[in-house]
Design a protein around this ligand. Structure first.
Ligand code: 13P
Length: 248
């Protein structure tokens, strides 16, 4: 059964007190949204404290390096992520692809490393505006899945979460329409079914991300193939994040 999930990607925002208050606020309402899994992705420097202070809250890391340890100055190893008690990791976010040049084969390594250490990868995919403009978004996103995800076994695949985040919708206030979101989510589920069978495709949560907020979450989450959201800006306030979590 597909889980309903609402995840907050805090990106490079907030200072310690703000981050701890936000995490506490989310923790306090966990019980009231029992059928929805909430995950927060705070900046890495705060993750360990947030995990210690908020039992029961799923905390993920926005980034990590796919090696055990070694001479990788400035990086956080996959085993360190696991070691602090994080449960999820983002892989393939468009900001990491565009700003930090993370390519398909590196993302594939990250997916493998996460799974090997028992972390759940939230694999982000999505097309930039120039691709949407020429109507090639389906083949573009399919290729992202083929390149970095479809080498997995069915058993591994079932552990993953997919997030469709059209790049033109991220931080722009320009959300995908319900038709655009559902068309892509349905296509993603179909490709997973073609690769792994219907049973697997019906286990995987596919989240929508890109200017999803308290006003539009309800209609997006009502789409047959949208199982929740990966929220950026609107996840930085407890009230809006919780309103989104209650939008199913
Ligand atoms: P916004 O919700 O701010 O558009 O960001 C979406 C996102 O990138 C989540 O990972």
């Amino acid at each position: 059964m597909r889980k309903k999930i609402v995840a907050g990607n805090w990106k490079m925002n907030l200072l310690s007190e703000e981050a701890f208050n936000l995490a506490n606020g989310v923790s306090e309402v966990l019980a009231s949204v029992k059928d929805v899994q909430l995950i927060v992705f705070p900046p890495a420097v705060f993750a360990s404290s947030i995990i210690e202070k908020n039992q029961g809250l799923n905390v993920g890391l926005q980034n990590f390096y796919p090696a055990e340890k070694g001479a990788f100055t400035g990086e956080i190893s996959v085993s360190q992520v696991k070691n602090i008690g994080a449960t999820h990791v983002l892989v393939g976010h468009s900001e990491r692809r565009a700003i930090f040049n993370e390519n398909e084969s590196f993302l594939k390594e990250k997916v493998d490393a996460a799974l090997l250490h028992g972390l759940i990868p939230v694999f982000c995919c999505g097309e930039p505006l120039e691709i949407r403009k020429v109507n090639t978004e389906l083949s573009y996103v399919k290729q992202q899945l083929i390149d970095s995800l479809f080498h997995l076994s069915a058993e591994e695949m079932m552990k993953c979460i997919v997030a469709y985040e059209p790049v033109w919708a991220i931080g722009t206030g320009k959300t995908a329409t319900v038709e655009q979101a559902e068309a892509m989510h349905k296509a993603i589920r179909t490709w997973i079914a073609e690769q792994y069978g219907k049973e697997v495709s019906e286990e995987i949560s596919i989240l929508y991300g890109g200017s999803c907020n308290a006003s539009n979450a309800k209609e997006l989450f009502a789409c047959e193939n949208v199982d929740g959201g990966l929220i950026g800006g609107a996840a930085l306030q407890v009230d809006t994040f919780i309103t989104i979590a209650q939008a199913f």
